[in-house]
Design a protein around this ligand. Sequence first.
Ligand SMILES: [Zn+2]
Ligand SMILES: [Zn+2]
Length: 244
Amino acid sequence: MNITVIGCWGAYPEKNEATSGYLVESEGGKILLDCGSGVLSRLQNHCPLEELDAVVLTHTHADHIADVYSLEFAILILMQIGKRSKPLDIYVNGEERGSFAFEYPDYVRVHSIDADTVLTIGSVKLEFSETVHDIPCFAVKLTSQEGKTFVYSGDTGYCQALIDFSRSADVLLIESSFYDWQAGKMEWHLTAGEAGKIAALAGVGQAILTHFPHYGELTQLAEEASRHYAGPIRLAYCGMQVHI
Ligand SMILES: [Zn+2]
Ligand SMILES: [Zn+2]
């Protein structure tokens, strides 16, 4: 399973970058997790849109879905000119299904997911767990044929469910929207210290911090997480690749 960070900013993209978007490639499947602002353009550095099999959207905040309607048009055009042969499968939170305004069912097939959904896309199994956020949101766990596990937190406040869901994951990609000095200001997102605590309690193999704030020194996020988690911690960056 190969994971590529397409975008790692919270809220809005920095210059020439993107908000949430993560490409997961495995034998027989290319999956995009979230499709935020700037993702559609940058995704094409790593995956021709003809080859994308599915998009999984954790929730409907703009920094996770802003480019998905442009992607619908890309699929429409690629199919109309014969460059792509099949519609794109888009998986959305069932509770938020009504919020989406896809217009072309011949080109995108929209599927609802809930906490009990188990999907297989290519050779990867996907499972979901509700997070603590101000709108319905899922964390996603992907398990490869070889049994390697990758968990993406989506957006979340601190919760035991994410610790249980991430138990012994090989890689935990976890949001770190805030510095520790901001603790208590926002219950729907994590501080870096909380992200580190979750990584430690879940016993993950490595933690990658993402969904960054637009101020301060990002290296401080890794330092704050490392006060709780002794394993390897890295900061996501656009174009980062991880193989598990
Ligand atoms: Zn977000
Ligand atoms: Zn959000």
